[in-house]
Ligand binder design. Structure first.
Ligand code: KG4
Ligand code: ZN
Length: 372
């Protein structure tokens, strides 16, 4: 069962070929450098770039997955692919549209089943992705057979900060989410204040490694109110703006100041996330055997360490993707989620596609509009 999966939900044009949970190819064309000077993703630029790149990325993904095929271009699909999957939301409306239009076109032209996928479900299931047979690496991804349900899923990325109870595959309940900024968005804003460029989460992490996380006092959001079970990052950002202004009004910031600021911000942002999670685990309201952790911010070593500590305290294990490339946006995770949707028969025939549309605010625990 081979799937061609497409994701154009934000600023990455991503296409993968997956077989079950195995990755045959995973191509990501990042537009980050184009958006960098605007300090964030510009939807109209994202749409234009997706349109210009999508055919090229699809062909690259197909060629990489089937290097010996004598077919060329999209024709590779005819003999090799069993279904076409695409992210229908959440994401930027006009960016999502590009991938959906292409996936519909391929499904109809080559008469392949169409699998709509929720982007957050992709991140949640990214630890289940496994490398293609040829790869020799230590961590070869998680075998679904070894996963006992229910599990807790956490997604921390540029657009999402969610804790999801996964009763079983396909049965989700969001139990905590952000009330304002996402964790990655908050790190990106802090990074921008320190002139690290966009997206700055990774550079913030690199700088934070040299700094003292207790050098500056910043307020831990929702302190003592963890039982309300949501995340909030806008107040922390405002406090950081004031702090950076105050420190830099007295003197020019030294590299040491900058790494101390980065470390302090990161520490408080993660501490808030972990405190809410700890409350949730201790409450025993949601039984769980393990924690599946995905999304761009989960590539962060400090966050992974803090998450492992809190999991251990609660007798749980943390499962992350086998490669950090699967943390940030990619289409392999969409292919994996699509495979399980296919097994649940949550697919559409090419003649049913008129009703499919993008859902910019899709929730992982709600059916798609056309499924209701
Ligand atoms: O999952 P992703 O590629 O896109 C969304 O679905 O939003 O996540 C991107 C986010 C950005 O905010 C980026 O700064 C952050 O992930 N990120 C990191 C790291 N690598 C990427 N944040 C902290 N530490 C990292 N190493
Ligand atoms: Zn994402």
């Amino acid at each position: 069962m081979k799937i061609l999966a497409i994701d154009t939900s934000c600023d990455e044009t991503a296409v993968a070929v997956t077989e079950g949970t195995k990755i045959l190819s995973n191509i990501v064309w990042s537009q980050a450098s184009l958006h960098a000077k605007w300090g964030g993703v510009v939807p109209s630029i994202a749409k234009r770039e997706h349109e210009e790149r999508i055919n090229w990325v699809i062909e690259k993904a197909l060629k990489k997955a089937f290097p010996k095929s004598h077919f060329i271009g999209h024709q590779l699909l005819v003999t090799n692919i069993d279904a076409v999957a695409v992210t229908v939301g959440p994401g930027l409306a006009i960016a999502l549209e590009v991938g959906i239009k292409k996936a519909k076109e391929l499904s109809i032209k080559f008469n392949k089943p169409f699998i709509p996928v929720n982007h957050v479900e992709g991140h949640l299931l990214s630890p289940l992705a496994r490398p293609g047979i040829s790869k020799q690496i230590n961590n070869s991804g998680l075998n679904i057979k070894n996963l006992d349900f229910p599990v807790l899923g956490v997604v921390t990325s540029g657009g999402h900060t969610e804790v999801v109870w996964i009763k079983t595959l396909g049965d989700y309940k969001i139990i905590a989410q952000t009330s304002d900024d996402a964790l990655g968005e908050s790190l990106d804003k802090a990074a921008r204040l320190l002139d690290f460029g966009y997206p700055g989460g990774e550079i913030l992490e690199i700088n934070a490694r040299q700094g003292n996380p207790y050098a500056f006092d910043l307020p831990i959001p929702m302190l003592g109110r963890e039982k309300e079970m949501y995340f909030s990052y806008s107040g922390l950002k405002a406090a950081f703006v004031r702090l950076v202004k105050e420190v830099s009004s007295k003197k020019d910031l030294t590299p040491k100041d900058i790494s101390n600021l980065a470390a302090s911000y990161q520490h408080v942002a993660f501490t808030h996330f972990i405190r809410v999670l700890d409350y949730l685990l201790k409450s025993n309201k949601y039984s769980t055997k393990n924690i599946l952790a995905g999304g761009g911010v989960m590539a962060n070593g400090t966050l992974r360490k803090m998450l492992r500590q809190v999991a251990k305290k609660n007798n749980l294990k943390v499962l992350v993707p086998y490669s950090k490339r699967l943390n940030t946006d990619n289409a392999a995770m969409i292919g994996v989620a699509a495979y399980f949707r296919f097994k649940r028969k949550e697919i559409l025939k090419p003649k049913e596609l008129a009703k499919v549309d993008r859902i910019p605010r899709a929730k992982v625990d709600e059916p798609f509009a056309w499924e209701r």
